[in-house]
Design a protein around this ligand. Structure first.
Ligand code: PLP
Length: 397
């Protein structure tokens, strides 16, 4: 593969969790590298020693540099980044800032994430906007040509998930962005599972808003995320709620919103976690997102190839090019049994159930799926170990 054996050994030495378990749940929360953990611990200790406000003041430059690291990770400008507590908050800040009227159309994909979809449902109830699903191509990915055919002047938002939570699909986010750009329609992209797994470039994607979490393939801490807001929106997009950080209270009855994406943040923040997120972004950039993608995808392909050899197993990943999320089910053995068998061997995996991607689950009549998500720091041996667990679980029925 595209990393030398010694480099993988070094990366694993830098990742204490790899000595404890075979972590194949990077789509849930990846193992953090030591520099991320050390940075956070140092800041917590500083807070304990000199006080929380004093610590963030002392480390103001480093705290500020986190915006630059995130901006570099996605090809944005620093002022287009809001640091928030997770991907859902990031997504909601953008979505609920947009206005909808009765009959307005929200176009989304069959693989849309549950948290986003219930927000569409709520918005539809509250405003009379309509939710419509963009048809899929034959390979199961969202079809940009079908999207183009749906466009009229009632379309007020195109919002899709780039890499859905429940499998290997990579939606053609760039082609969808080209349709959105051509017609001047706001485009909100959920890149929660994308960042850290493969390169993300907001200019190429053509999105207006992009939401990401820190803990998944980015290898940052839990409780972190960010929102990208395209510069051209920054001077007129009113956040759904504000405080005296996002907007200065400038007169008794007036306020002035910040002129950067900070208008989507609020005053109190977990500075230690933010610093950890910044280090995670730099760590991924130093390794190189193209290289990360090649190795993580190759490990996932190896896993799919192995699963395809096991009688009774069906791999359920959609799309022509597949990412590092592998989903499968057995004809008779429930997903939970594989998870328990894996846990017995210190292998971490997870289960995707209907509520996270209900439209897709129902359309394909899927059972709960076993979700296995390697990252670049995993090894071929770990993939083989998990395949052995699956084979043994199948034999035991
Ligand atoms: C595709 C996708 N979008 C959004 C989210 C929500 O992320 P968070 O839990 O950080 O809000 C997830 C989490 O699993 C996800 O997989």
């Amino acid at each position: 593969m595209n990393f030398s054996t010694s480099e993988i050994a070094q990366l694993r030495a830098d990742t204490p969790g790899t000595a404890q378990c075979n972590h194949l749940n990077n789509a849930g929360a990846a193992l953090m590298p030591a520099p991320v953990v050390d940075t956070m611990c140092e800041h917590f200790r500083l807070e304990a020693r000199i006080g929380g406000y004093e610590a963030s003041a002392q480390e103001a430059e480093r705290c500020n540099a986190v915006y630059g690291s995130i901006a570099r990770l996605i090809g944005a400008q620093q002022r287009e980044i809001a640091l928030v507590e997770n991907a859902t908050v990031a997504w909601q800040m953008a979505f609920h800032a947009l206005a909808f009227e009765p009959g307005d159309r929200i176009l989304t994909a069959r693989s849309e994430y549950g948290a986003n979809y219930v927000s569409y449902l709520q918005k539809a109830r509250q405003t009379g906007a309509k939710i419509e699903i963009i048809p899929d191509r034959a390979d199961g990915a969202t079809d940009p040509a079908a999207l183009e055919a749906m466009i009229d002047d009632r379309v007020k938002l195109i919002a899709i998930t780039h890499i859905p939570t429940n499998g290997g699909l990579i939606n053609p986010a760039e082609e969808i962005g080209a349709v959105a750009r051509k017609h001047g329609i706001p485009y909100l992209l959920d890149a929660c599972q994308t960042a850290g797994q493969m390169p993300v470039d907001v200019e190429k994607l053509g999105c207006d808003f992009l939401s990401v979490t820190g803990r998944k393939f980015m290898r940052g801490p839990r409780g972190t995320g960010f929102l990208y807001v395209r510069e051209s929106w920054l001077d007129h997009l009113e956040p759904p709620f504000i405080d005296h950080f996002s907007a200065e209270w400038t007169s008794t009855d007036g306020y002035t919103l910040r002129n950067d994406a900070g208008r989507f943040e609020n005053w109190e923040n977990a500075y230690a976690l933010r610093l950890g997120l910044g280090v995670a972004a730099e760590y991924a950039l130093d390794i190189g997102l193209e290289r990360i993608q090649v190795r993580a995808f190759a490990l996932a392909d190896e896993l799919r190839a192995g699963l395809n050899q096991i009688s009774g197993i069906q791999v359920h990943d959609l799309g022509s090019a597949r990412c590092a999320i592998v989903s499968f089910a057995h004809d008779t053995i429930p997903a939970e049994s594989f998870k328990l068998a894996a846990a017995d061997s210190d292998v971490n995996i997870s289960i995707s159930s209907a509520s996270s991607t209900r439209l897709d689950t129902e359309a394909r009549n899927l059972p709960d799926l076993v979700r296995v998500s390697p990252h670049y720091y995993n090894t071929e041996e770990e993939i083989a170990q998990f395949l052995d667990v699956v084979k043994a679980a199948c034999l035991n029925g």
